[in-house]
Write a protein that binds this ligand. Structure first.
Ligand SMILES: [Zn+2]
Length: 70
């Protein structure tokens, strides 16, 4: 199996933010999306969703996404 088929870029998982494949196995973020503290922001976002916030509100309030991104 020498040939590397294109389309296997998701083998390591996908970015939780933009759904691109990630380069590092088990990494939740691609290089474009990652920044220090993103895990905390994402956790805040998830917990707001669990508290019943609408997706949009949770995203903006937690800082997960800017209003212009939604
Ligand atoms: Zn990403």
């Amino acid at each position: 199996m020498k040939s590397k088929s294109i389309g296997q870029s998701f083998a390591n998982g996908t970015c939780l933010k933009c759904r691109q494949g990630v380069h590092v196995y088990g990494c939740r973020w691609c290089d474009d999306c990652y920044y220090p503290g993103i895990d905390e922001v994402y956790n805040d976002y998830r917990s707001m969703l669990e508290e019943g916030y609408r997706n949009v509100d949770a995203a903006v309030r937690s800082g997960w996404k800017g209003a212009e991104e939604i």
